[in-house]
Ligand binder design. Structure first.
Ligand code: R5P
Length: 303
């Protein structure tokens, strides 16, 4: 793949991933210098002109979420003001879980994020494993890259014993189903509920699959507090699972999440590099480069 009319702009949250995407595209790479003032405001300066006519802005919006999101918009605006067509590659797109008002008075914030990115000049957005179809529906031009084939390929090399793909909840069942299909094995979806006020997670103890002696792979779009994976791992352990792994697109792992997940009996956490860190073992660069190319060519890829 090569595109001499593209420039990849490395946002402050994703310099390595941006470099990988630029290599895949054979495109130039421009860094963005960040200064954060004492009041928390960000100031962005592109370290070279983005003179080419297509800019790929790479900026994942993990914490500090709001700052990373605004920085993505600042870069998109600069490129658009310079006359470029802008594709915003935001592998972890924050606010995707706020896709509707669950309680009276709440806001579907991801709809606002969609409008803001567009207003900043992003003609298209590329993301990874967006939490829901509802969230995707607010964007006029978005490509949702699935990490599942990449995670399944990684799992294939792990020499698992009688693997069982497990979704912690019904909402993620299709993801685990696809993962199981690619691995040539079975899946089960646990029955998770979350208290909308306290955020506390409960999982029904009934599991509709035989778990005993099998390696269980928990498959999720994201791990944030780790509460869902901890509860699911505890249940799988009780059901006699052999080894337990957690695989996800986005390992936010806030606070003691990783420690708590390991303490619950999980052997390892495997995630993509949408968020840098020691669990980022699966490289998204080739898939994101391809999706950005397709977005500029006006083609949408199916998730
Ligand atoms: C929820 O439906 C999502 O798919 C994840 O399971 C959830 O967001 C993970 O959050 P936490 O790690 O805080 O339980």
């Amino acid at each position: 793949m090569s595109s001499s009319d593209m420039t990849v702009i490395a946002g402050p949250s994703s310099p390595e991933l941006a470099a990988g995407i630029a290599r895949q595209l054979g495109a130039g790479l421009v860094s963005a210098e960040l200064r954060v003032f004492s009041d928390g405001e960000s100031k962005i300066r592109l370290l070279a002109g983005a003179k080419k006519n297509k800019c790929v802005v790479v900026q994942s919006t993990y914490p500090p979420t709001d700052s990373h999101l605004l920085q993505a918009m600042m870069i998109a605006k600069k490129c658009a003001d310079d006359g470029a067509q802008v594709c915003a590659v935001i592998p972890y797109l924050a606010y995707a879980r706020q896709d509707r008002a669950f309680l009276e008075g709440e806001v579907a914030t991801i709809a606002l994020v969609a409008r803001l990115l567009e207003a900043a000049g992003a003609h298209s957005v590329v993301t990874v494993d967006m939490h829901s179809q509802i969230g995707l529906s607010y964007f006029k031009n978005i490509t949702n890259v699935s990490s599942i084939p990449l995670l399944a390929a990684h799992a294939k090399a792990m020499k698992l014993h009688s693997p069982l793909a497990v979704s912690p909840d019904a909402g993620g069942a299709a993801r685990a189903q696809e993962f199981a299909r690619l691995l040539g094995t079975e899946m089960v979806a646990l029955k998770k509920t979350r208290d909308r006020t306290t955020g506390e997670v409960t999982i029904d103890p009934e599991v509709d699959a035989s778990v005993s002696g099998r390696d269980a792979i928990l498959v999720d779009d994201m791990i944030s507090s780790g509460g869902s994976i901890v509860k699911a791992a505890e249940l799988l352990k009780k059901e006699g699972a052999n080894r337990i792994y957690a695989m996800c697109a986005h390992a936010l792992l806030i606070g003691d999440a990783a420690k708590n997940i390991m303490a619950a009996g999980v052997q390892d956490i495997v995630a993509t590099n949408s968020i840098p860190g020691k669990h980022a073992k699966v490289d998204l660069a080739p898939a994101l480069a391809q999706a950005a190319m397709a977005a500029f060519a006006g083609k949408k890829q199916e998730a």
